[in-house]
Design a binder for this molecule. Structure first.
Ligand code: THU
Length: 156
């Protein structure tokens, strides 16, 4: 059997101040959205901001529920809202920010498997990679497309 190795490219910065202006603005929008998360059960607030091809920025945050699985992650709230509000408009980039109530995480939060799968389908629909900016006050990681976070994925 032959061994294949998959490598991913991740760009890392020590602070949001090192980012290009457009990325920094999107991360700031995600951090603002995080503050309005509804997370009374986990107290872990997540914000996401999606930049669309038409220049609009659509934000989301995690929305929890007493029946835990009924809640939804910030990334999917933002992506589904973007699809509902601006159908067919490609998502160019998404920024994600997170922290426990009142605090910003030291480490970036990386999207969960279900959100990665939804990002995959968003890319498939538009045919364009989505830049994913995963940020915190002390570290920012960026990948240029979901392939880096979800290789060998199911595409139906
Ligand atoms: N969460 C997100 O919003 N995005 C992720 O990528 C991971 C987890 C939320 C779900 C839940 O409300 C809380 O974080 C704790 O898991």
């Amino acid at each position: 059997m032959k061994k294949d190795t998959i490598t991913i490219t991740v760009y890392c910065a020590d602070s949001p101040s090192e980012l290009e202006a457009v990325d920094a603005a999107l991360l700031q929008a995600a951090t603002q959205a995080m503050q309005h998360a509804y997370a009374p059960y986990s107290h872990f607030r997540v914000g996401a901001a999606a930049l669309l091809d038409n220049g609009e920025t659509v934000c989301g945050n995690n929305q929890e529920n007493a029946a835990y699985p009924s809640g939804l992650c910030a990334e999917r709230v933002a992506l589904f809202y973007a699809g509902a509000r601006f159908p067919g408009v490609p998502v160019r980039a998404i920024a994600i920010s997170a922290g426990l109530d009142g605090h910003e995480n030291a480490e970036p939060v990386y999207p969960c498997g279900s959100c990665r799968q939804v990002l995959r389908e968003c890319e498939m629909r538009s045919g364009k990679p989505i830049r994913i900016i995963m940020g915190s006050a002390q570290k920012v990681c960026i990948v240029n497309g979901i392939e880096a976070l979800l290789p060998l994925s199911f595409t139906g």
